[in-house]
Design a protein around this ligand. Structure first.
Ligand SMILES: Nc1ncnc2c1ncn2[C@@H]1O[C@H](COP(=O)(O)OP(=O)(O)OP(=O)(O)O)[C@@H](O)[C@H]1O
Ligand SMILES: [Mg+2]
Length: 601
């Protein structure tokens, strides 16, 4: 799996990911610079707090000068105000960079989702993708924001305090030579473990949202098939795993922090021991010693925070890694240069094949088919014979594995995707409605442009006007997720109205009237036939009665077209079509069906 591969990525690739994340911050470099300056100012002010201890102690207790106390307290307030302003600016500005980076990342992910090919979605989980958009982006930004604030602010604080200590007493400062490497090693250990844990947490976050999303989408099935316990158990497993992994992360963090604290305290203890030696004690004043120890103590919390920043950054790197992996996936190919205004609508398939997956055979196998502009071709055949797959190739929802498809003589790959898809209206086998009003569903994305009258007209032609007018708010009724408040046949008529309104030269109807009762179907069929007159139409139907008038009927089997002709020709040929016909209309044999058919004519 991808995750285990990324776990073993070397540190350099972690750096590369972080650099790429930083690039998202570049456009906001002004806020970023203000934040950095404020952080450095904050860090520069801190050592003065420690330094003030020296005059405080030496001045008041040794030189016995009470005015020093007053001066020191005023200076304390002044320093605090300055540090407060610097702290606010650094948090605010870096926060604003962080939030804008999240928004930008989400925009890029969404844009990528719009542009990924259908084949990507065949193997993707919506929940996992959502979790990337919502959870991973937050992790990334937290890592950028906190990571940078802490690194700069606490890093400079530590440097400032160290400088003060060296200034106060160079000899004692040698303690860092011992402490430095020990601290470095423990931080490194914690950091590696963190990245691994973070990746696992992201993965389980994705699964939690995946299970949740499925239950939301399929809640009726869950209810009817008594799947509550099953789903609850599935959720509990993922939820539990997520929680346990989070706890491991927390434990590592807390333990890491504790160990680093201990190491630092050991440093203080070491210094106290050195100072206890008589020879050393005589060389420093009490105030100087106190300032030195205060500086050391003040370093504890920045060092601890610096050690924790590693975890935040590792989380960001892990999250960024999975986001970038998705952003780097190839998009739908759109290299065409030709932009067709309005096609006449002639279509030609030349030896077209489609293999979805190498493990299975071809869903479309060497199909050649010519459809003159304005004609209607019907595709019939058993379930799974490749009818839907064949028509999906036309708007390039999938790319043909071999062969070529031409519209008006242009290879469809030479057309821009936008102009290709502008030529095609499509009613799919599964109706897709958006959680929006009836009107917006019919005029998908173009309500402002076409106006309500056109929407009404399309609804009328699709035999949908009657039922729409009985809805509580008519065209303004919200249809719910996937049109849940409508009946199957109502949904289908809205989808047909949507296709009619698009008024494209090529019409694809994949089982478009399968959910309608006989009367509605006849009515919609009449409307469709009017519409088909000056359009190239590809109709797929199981109910053969609906396609008898097609200019050409093609029978598919196992991805191939096994015969083509008009209804009469195919009946006379007594092949696959005549078989299907006989079966559907309940004749006991093909000859009987052919005979009855001949009499009818
Ligand atoms: N997205 C996909 N990924 C992999 N295989 C697919 C995909 N869609 C369809 N198939 C396979 O391709 C074959 C043809 O499917 P297709 O949907 O084209 O059949 P169909 O003729 O439209 O059937 P039906 O009448 O049931 O709608 C089937 O074996 C199916 O399993
Ligand atoms: Mg189909």
């Amino acid at each position: 799996m991808k995750h285990s591969a990324s776990e073993s990525k070397p540190l350099s690739s972690g750096l590369a990911i972080y650099r790429r994340l930083l690039r998202y911050g570049f456009p906001y470099w002004r806020s970023f610079c203000v934040a950095v300056v404020a952080m450095i100012a904050y860090a520069a002010i801190t050592p003065f707090f420690a330094k003030l201890i020296q005059p405080l102690i030496d001045g008041s207790f040794i030189d016995n000068d009470p005015t020093v106390l007053r001066q020191v307290s005023l200076m304390l307030i002044g320093l605090s105000v300055l540090r407060g302003i610097a702290g606010f600016l650094s948090e605010y500005c870096s926060g604003s960079v962080g939030r804008r980076v999240i928004a930008d990342l989400r925009r890029d992910i969404f844009d990528q989702l719009l542009n990924l090919p259908c084949s990507f979605y065949d193997n993707a989980s919506g929940g996992q993708l959502l979790s990337k958009l919502l959870y991973n982006t937050e992790q990334v930004s937290a890592s950028l924001q906190q990571g940078i604030i802490t690194c700069i602010r606490e890093g400079f604080t530590v440097i400032g305090l160290m400088a003060l200590m060296v200034y106060q007493n160079p000899v004692l400062s040698l303690v860092f030579l011992v402490l430095g490497p020990v601290l470095g090693l423990s931080v490194r250990f914690v950091s590696k473990r963190f990245r691994r844990l973070s990746m696992r947490i992201q993965e389980s976050m994705g699964k939690v949202s995946h299970v949740t999303q499925e239950v939301i989408d399929a809640q009726r099935i869950v209810k009817v098939f008594n799947g509550k316990a099953y789903e609850a158990a599935k959720f509990a497993t993922e939820n539990d795993r997520n929680q346990k992994r989070q706890m491991k992360l927390i434990a590592t963090d807390a333990l890491g922090g504790g160990v680093i604290h201990l190491i630092s305290v050991a440093g203080v203890a070491g210094i106290l021991y050195v100072v206890s030696l008589d020879s050393v004690r005589q060389t420093i004043t009490p105030g100087s010693l106190m300032a030195f120890i205060a500086a050391m103590a003040m370093m504890l919390s920045p060092i601890r925070r610096l050690s924790q920043v590693v975890s935040v950054m590792q989380r960001g790197i892990a999250a960024g890694d999975s986001i970038f992996a998705m952003l780097d996936l190839p998009r739908e190919r759109d290299r065409g240069r030709i932009s067709l205004k309005r096609a006449r609508g002639s279509i030609e398939y030349r030896h077209v094949s489609l293999v979805y997956d190498d493990r299975h055979g071809a869903a479309v196998d060497d199909v050649s088919l010519v459809i003159p502009a304005g004609k209607t071709v019907a595709l019939v055949g058993q379930s799974g014979s490749g009818k839907t797959s064949l028509v999906r190739l036309l708007p390039r929802l999938y790319e043909a594995t071999a062969g070529e498809i031409l519209i008006d003589g242009h290879d469809i790959r030479e057309l821009t995707l936008e102009s290709l898809r502008r030529q095609i209206a499509y009613v799919g086998q599964e109706v897709t409605l958006f959680n929006d009003t009836v009107a917006s569903n019919i005029a998908y994305g173009c309500l402002d442009r076409v106006g309500l009258d056109a929407v009404r007209e399309a609804a009328r032609a699709a035999n949908a006007l009657d039922f729409i007018e009985t809805l509580p708010q008519g065209f303004d009724t919200l249809v719910g997720q996937q049109g849940i408040v409508l009946s199957g046949g109502q949904r289908q008529r809205i989808a047909i109205a949507r296709a009619l309104l698009k008024n494209a030269p090529i019409l694809i109807l994949d089982e478009a009237t399968s959910a309608l009762d006989a009367e509605s179907e006849r009515y919609v069929q009449q409307a469709l036939e009017v519409l088909m007159q000056n359009r190239t139409t590809l109709v797929i139907a199981h109910r053969l009665s609906t396609i008898q008038n097609a200019d050409q009927i093609c029978v598919m089997r196992g991805g191939r077209i096994i015969e083509c002709g008009t209804h009469a020709q195919l009946m006379a040929a007594r092949g696959g079509y005549a078989d299907l016909y006989a079966m559907q209309f309940g004749y006991s044999s093909v000859p009987e069906a052919v005979a009855v058919h001949a009499v009818r004519r």
